[in-house]
Design a binder for this molecule. Structure first.
Ligand code: GDP
Length: 444
């Protein structure tokens, strides 16, 4: 799911790479590409419209950030908006003050309700509840049996009408089940209801009647995430016909485009509470909007790093360093200090690529070895303060001493000193030319 959306969004962001500032034209272009990507993923048109309007507005209003470059800023905005259309906060089940808590399932036939009943049962049991599943789907010949099978797999009690005894009245079955749950001290009742292949009035009425009879704490609308554009109409019909308190996305493991997943919350105003990702009972979890958004962007790590960089980036320190660079007084001590500040923020390699102004060193960074950083740190630490301030005094015997002290080779020390001189020269030139790097570039 979302593979193609992922690719399209990535390539949209690429158009911003290397831009120092976002112009209106840049924003329009990236917005256009994101729009097409969402529409191609079957996201409902009104949802796309609002999404794009929000992204544009926020990108235009974005302040020039010290910590993030324009591409990162847009990624962050798109991520925030995705979290927003997916519902923001994680919504958990609201349990009744007086048990049993009643959870009713509704949705089209084949949406995955019966499977979900088993999954929920297992999950609830693992959470320390004592659930009971109720077979109120008397429409489909095999439904009662199917629920009994999943109930057994999940190790939870199933309440099913006895053959020939009240079969045909799912409302009565649901009512009786709750009485039974109270008697047998089950604290959660999951009521599976009938589905039809298409939306029809009788189905809606039956579900609405069950709802009225058992007054559920949660009504979960189960929707097949693979049904594409039909999702919106189906969800709206159930909203009007039965109403529901939450949504369960099933079949998120499929390779469909996933627009249902992205539209249903905005279209219905109801939170997505669970996601099903396979046929097995364990292929199921609480739905977290933020995790889903970063899965769609396929940039979980980058987003975390962006947040870290925003927090850890010390604009004052960076300005000081840049001044020193410009004035030619940037020393190995400054170099070490910058390096340690960066190392504190997390993985050096990834971070360097994210730091503003580091885009130009991209190729060098691609084969930047983190162990190399440790080596450099060791070498600089083995220098005397005088040597750090003025590396020109580092002669042959000093080099041998530094190498010994840092457990490196003399050639390593030579290389570092040479690189430092080269980098300072280059940065001085760049600083005069207006480009102000925050970190010395280092050869790979
Ligand atoms: P119901 O008619 O709504 O009760 O739907 P079922 O629970 O019978 O599910 C219909 C079919 O979808 C079954 O073959 C299930 O095994 C399958 N199914 C349910 N949930 C998922 C899921 O999350 N992923 C996949 N791949 N299949 C699922």
């Amino acid at each position: 799911m979302f593979d193609s959306l992922q690719d399209r969004l990535q390539s949209a962001f690429k158009t911003l790479r290397g831009k120092g500032k976002l112009s209106d034209a840049d924003i329009d272009q990236v917005a256009r590409e994101i729009r097409v990507a969402l529409l191609d993923a079957d996201v409902a048109v009104p949802v796309v419209r609002e999404f794009i309007a929000n992204v544009k507005e926020r990108a235009r209003g974005a302040e020039v950030s010290q910590a993030l470059n324009p591409a990162q800023q847009v990624i962050k905005i798109v991520n925030d908006e995705l979290v927003g259309i997916l519902g923001g906060e994680t919504r958990r089940i609201r349990f009744a003050k007086n048990p049993p808590t009643v959870i009713m399932l509704a949705g089209l036939q084949g949406a995955g309700k019966t499977t979900l009943a088993g999954k929920l049962g297992k999950w609830l049991k693992e959470q320390g509840n004592s659930p009971m599943l109720v077979a109120a789907d008397l429409q489909r010949p095999n439904a009662v049996n199917q629920l009994q099978v999943v109930g057994e797999q999940a190790g939870v009690t199933v309440y099913a009408p006895q053959p020939g005894n009240g079969v045909g009245d799912p409302v009565q079955v649901a009512r009786d089940a709750i009485t039974e749950a109270k008697r047998t001290l089950h604290d959660v009742v999951v009521v599976d209801t009938a589905g039809r292949l298409g939306i029809d009035a009788e189905l809606m009425q039956q579900a609405a009647d069950i709802r009225a009879a058992v007054n559920p704490d949660e009504v979960l609308f189960v929707i097949d995430a693979m049904i594409g554009q039909d999702a919106v109409g189906t969800a709206q019909a159930f909203l009007e016909g039965v109403d529901f308190t939450g949504v369960v996305l099933s079949k998120l493991d499929g390779d469909a485009r996933g627009g249902a997943a992205l539209s249903v919350r905005s279209v219905t105003g109801r939170p997505i509470m669970f996601a099903s990702t396979g046929e097995k009972l364990d292929d199921f979890d609480v739905f977290h909007p933020d995790r889903m958004a970063s899965r769609i962007l396929d940039m979980g790590d980058v987003l975390t790093l962006i947040e870290q960089a925003e927090k850890a980036f010390d604009a004052e320190e960076a300005a000081k360093a840049a001044e020193k660079v410009a004035g030619g007084t940037f020393t190995l001590s400054d170099f070490l200090q910058q390096m340690e500040a960066l190392a504190k923020m997390g993985s050096m390699t990834k971070l360097l690529g994210m730091m503003p102004g580091m885009g130009q060193f991209k190729d060098q960074l691609a084969n930047f070895d983190e162990r190399e950083v440790d080596k450099i740190k060791a070498i600089i630490r083995s220098m005397t303060p005088a040597e750090r301030e003025n590396p020109k005094i580092i002669d042959g015997s000093r080099r041998a001493r530094i190498a010994r002290g840092s457990g490196t080779q003399v050639s390593d020390v030579n290389q570092l000193v040479t690189r430092f001189f080269e980098a300072s020269k280059m940065m001085q030139k760049m600083a005069k030319g207006g480009g102000m790097p925050q970190m010395p570039g280092m050869g790979g």
